[in-house]
Ligand binder design. Structure first.
Ligand SMILES: [Zn+2]
Length: 705
């Protein structure tokens, strides 16, 4: 792969980006001019379209879709690099320039997405070329048309004005919502000076809490009297790691109660109250849906999902609910019995702030799993070796580190090539495995660097993926020793990467993850996670980094037990969220006189075991649906899990030690789910792999319900 030599790296537009040359200053200088250039290119295209519409209507793929794609791809390439660098080598300058350019980028997408003449031309192209375009091309055009309709292209001027002003207001409200959650989270703190209040909290957490006290502006300490993990004081906040540690490990029940109540009531009163915002968001979304001709926002959301309609979503959730509620009730009973055995007052009545604490105790009594102790068995190089050999066995590909010269954004980043069974290069991926808290966003993700494009036979583009993780870095001669969870995360992202890289679709608009309904997009990633506990695979990935010893059998058993521990409660929790989300976006209406919170409490009667307490204002911090992209889409987590578990069960049905059978089935997975991307409806692709539609049986079995 050659690096395109362009004086301005951010504008190269093709090949691997020259990361080291791209600076905040360069972005600030050149993104506006790029947008200007693309806007005028789009205007020219619009003018040509207008002419065509007046005369012959002779729209073709080449005179419409190709130039449109070129414009979009030019921006995706450049702005994609900016987004990527913002995530992996963040700096104050980069963040500022990203934020300052973003509104213009959105404006450009709106300009294209709301172009009436483009919409007309695409419709004509779709209608008039029924026979000359293939099914993939039709599906791409239809997805484009739907997305334009949902952006309001079809509205006449008065309605469009309303629609656009609603959109702006909704964007504002989302930002306010998430700022309120952030502020409410930051506002709360608790200084503890007595160590016995913190009994049970692991030492590494005490260190963090003492450090928070030390760095807090609200308290000052004389020299020699600074907080230590031993002597305190300790400052508690509502950030996720602190909250989880306290609620899981604190023996002190009233401390757990205090932090639970603070956490669950975030952003529900005072300056940061989100209640009114929630009502306004739901009302506006309902209005937007009506303007677009839909009954509810849930219908808007489901119009481009794999799930056909609300009924199908609710039916799936109901199947999982009935399976999990019995298990969840049993799990609660077990926790209570253990509390009784320990002669704890919780034995009388278990409260919401007791669940995590007693779960941890039951877990330790039942199978003493210490995840930290297992790290030496999962050194990154070994895990990669095992992952690559699994890919070879399943999908007949081999993965080799790239030896050619290639650009990178950090010295720890590595490029790998993916070869087919004849040694022919299909794709590549960057792996950026280690956490760098100061400059790298947390979490893990797969992103597209280059998208496969074989539509131009003279300029075939191989796909390149970014796989980004945030795992423990190596120290001295010790390699990165991964937790089992980090191993699962790597497999997950690699699964997304496989779909991006092994696509056989020539049109970039439907290659890899493009044009895939997003309740189906987590299928390959969650599918790969299943392999982490496959006996042959774990043998390959788990070898002690110093002795080469395999993972002891009993530790493997513990990992398996951990997989299904309290799965009734955790499944039910997800169902409660998903159902609340779908009902709020399909049934709630201010005029009915029921608040969103009341609607949620009604649902809680059948989707929780311990009813929410009055302080529980969980909706006020449900950022996924009020400040993120999951509105009427939270069910997607479970939907994709059903698909991935059912797909994996096809492999459980064969003898996995029979290499021939494994290869045959693996190839079928590759040739359908990994190859076909967004070229067909996901149900069709799924059925061509499985020979039937997916069902919930495998997931219910995997969860031990
Ligand atoms: Zn994912």
């Amino acid at each position: 792969m050659t690096i395109k030599q362009n004086k301005v790296a951010i504008l190269a537009g093709e090949g691997l980006p020259d990361y080291s040359q791209i600076t905040a200053k360069q972005i600030e200088e050149h993104i506006p001019s790029l947008l200007k250039e693309l806007s005028s290119r789009f205007n020219r295209l619009e003018n040509q379209i207008e002419e065509e519409l007046k005369s012959k209507n002779s729209f073709t793929w080449d005179n419409l879709m190709t130039p449109l794609h070129e414009i979009g791809e030019r921006l995706r390439w450049s702005w994609g690099v900016v987004g990527h660098l913002n995530g992996v080598c963040n700096s104050a300058e980069l963040r500022d320039v990203y934020a300052s350019q973003q509104p213009e980028i959105i404006r450009f997408y709106n300009l294209v997405g709301q172009s009436k003449s483009l919409y007309k031309a695409l419709s004509k192209l779709n209608e008039l070329n029924r026979n000359s375009l293939n099914n993939v091309q039709h599906r791409i055009i239809e997805a484009e048309l739907l997305s334009m309709r949902q952006r309001g292209v079809g509205l006449e001027s008065k309605k469009k004005e309303k629609f656009n002003s609603n959109s702006e207001r909704l964007a504002e409200l989302s930002t306010q919502f998430s700022n309120n959650v952030l502020d409410a989270t930051k506002e709360w703190s608790l200084l503890l000076t007595n160590k016995c209040d913190l009994e049970g909290i692991p030492n590494r957490v005490l260190e963090v809490l003492a450090n928070s006290a030390k760095n807090s502006k609200d308290y000052s300490y004389t020299i020699g009297n600074e907080p230590t993990s031993e002597k305190g004081p300790w400052l508690l906040g509502l950030d996720m790691p602190t909250y989880i540690s306290i609620i899981t490990y604190a023996k002190n029940r009233s401390l757990r109660e205090q932090i639970y109540k603070a956490y669950i009531s975030r952003a529900s009163s005072g300056r940061t109250n989100n209640k009114k915002i929630i009502e306004e968001i739901l009302t506006l979304r309902g209005n937007q849906a009506n303007l677009l001709g839909y009954k509810s926002w849930a219908d808007v959301s489901l119009a481009n999902k794999m799930a056909k309609d609300i009924h199908e979503v609710e039916a799936l959730l109901e199947e999982l609910r009935t399976a999990s509620i019995i298990a969840a009730r049993k799990e609660i009973k077990q926790l209570q019995q253990v509390a009784i055995k320990h002669k704890a007052e919780e034995g009388k009545q278990l409260k919401p702030w007791d669940i995590n604490y007693w779960s941890e105790i039951v877990k330790q009594e039942r199978f003493r799993l210490n995840q930290e102790m297992l790290r030496p068995w999962f050194p990154l190089p070994q895990v990669l070796k095992g992952l690559f050999s699994l890919s070879e066995r399943l999908f007949s590909i081999s993965i080799k580190p790239a030896h050619e010269d290639y650009p990178k954004w950090h010295k720890d980043v590595q490029l790998f090539n993916v070869l087919d069974s004849n040694g022919f290069k299909l794709a590549s991926f960057y792996l950026d495995p280690y956490s760098r808290p100061a400059t790298k966003r947390s979490g893990a993700w797969m992103d597209e660097c280059l998208i496969k494009d074989s539509s131009n036979k003279n300029n075939n583009i191989n796909p390149v993926a970014y796989l980004i993780c945030n795992q423990t870095p190596p120290v001295g001669n010790t390699p990165s020793l991964m937790s089992f969870e980090e191993v699962e995360t790597l497999f997950h992202e690699f699964g997304h990467g496989l779909q991006h890289m092994l696509t056989t679709i020539d049109y970039p608009q439907a290659a890899g993850i493009n044009n895939v309904e997003w309740d189906a997009v987590e299928l390959p990633s969650q599918f790969m996670e299943n392999w982490c506990l496959d006996p042959l695979t774990i043998k390959d990935i788990a070898k002690h980094w110093e002795t080469g010893d395999p993972l002891p059998e009993e530790e493997l058993e513990k990992l398996k037990l951990n997989q299904t521990f309290n799965s009734g409660l955790s499944t039910l929790r997800q169902i409660h969220f998903a159902l609340t989300d779908i009902r709020l976006h399909s049934q709630w209406d201010k005029s009915h006189g029921v608040t969103p919170d009341e609607l949620r409490r009604e649902l809680a009667k059948t989707t929780t075991v311990i009813q929410p307490i009055p302080e529980d204002q969980f909706l006020c911090a449900f950022s996924h649906i009020f400040a993120g992209g999951y509105a009427a889409g939270y069910y997607s987590y479970k939907w994709a899990e059903v698909l991935s578990a059912d797909a994996y069960s096809a492999f459980e049905e064969i003898d996995k030690n029979n290499e021939n059978k494994l290869k045959k089935l693996g190839l079928r997975f590759r040739e359908t789910i990994l190859s076909l991307g967004g070229s067909k409806h996901p149900s069709e692709i799924y059925e061509s792999f499985r020979g039937r539609p997916a069902n919930t049986k495998a997931l219910i079995r995997h969860l031990g319900l």
